[in-house]
Design a protein around this ligand. Sequence first.
Ligand code: HEC
Length: 310
Amino acid sequence: MARDFSSLKQLDIPVKVLFTGYLTSVAVGYLFALIQILFTHGMADGKFGLSIDDIVYSYYGNRSGTVLETKLNGSMKENASEQERFVIIQWVRDGADEEDYVDSGAQKVIEERCVMCHGKDAPVPDFTDFKVLKELTKEDEGATFSSLTRVSHIHLFGISFIFMFVGLIFSFAETTTVKYKSIAIGMPYLFLLVDILSWWLTKLHPMFAILVILAGAGMAMSFAFMWIISVLEMWAFDKVFLDANGQQRPQWSTFVEPRLKQMGCDKALNLGGKLCCMTRSSVSGLWQRFMAQGLPWLKQQLQKYLNKKS
Ligand code: HEC
């Protein structure tokens, strides 16, 4: 059936530049978002890298401790020394009384280590106001209702906008079947809703933390899929998706087809089958290579290292 809209490869260069510029900026934005997640949520349990614990601490909270304590063992760990943090935690555990604030030494540490960021007019809680500090010495119940509502609506509006345009650009792609296209375009929205819902569920019960990670991963996967296909179709269609006679998929291109044959994957019927077959084949190829060359090399290095030691 003739298509009644123009395909990505046929777009005028200026439009391609526009689309590519947008996709690139959004991808870099995505990267920064990931870095930010690593440094805030990722540090919630005090260790670098995102884990289930991080998600639980961020949304459900660390119910056996206080916010101040959780933060001092998490993302604020680097801001004070072991002893200084101990002084504050000790004061918190002793009841965080205003009378003890100065005598315990907690005030001195806060003034020296925290107020430069947590001062007046700062976007983070102002520790020069004792009441604000006192609030944070209550049981840590994770994200507050108001912060969750705020982040939820920002995410829903912002991210659905991003996927509106990424999906719109991708909808002009030709190399994926209607079925895969619809899945790729719809998935981010489903995952976005599941993601936001799972924050709220995690606030109720820590078991839902895994859902936060799964939804995030699903969203990233559909983003990467749409991004790569769109950019390739705009700029490298003839190199990746066509054969020498200008035939479209399933022949794929003169570059891809021989490789598929070589791997024995040219018989797989659809894109999914081809991808599965290629992944299987390249993993086993890499494994064979590792056994043939990598392992002996590693052994050799180890031997050298051991010889040097003895
Ligand atoms: C370099 C600037 C900086 C310094 C120094 C700093 N903080 Fe923070 N603090 C932040 C930022 C940014 C946030 C928000 C991001 C986050 O929660 O990790 C924050 C958040 C917090 C929160 C969570 C507030 C909330 O409402 O959830 C606590 C508690 C906290 N800091 C305690 C401290 C303590 C105690 C110190 C001193 C040992 C300290 N911070 C030093 C920048 C700083």
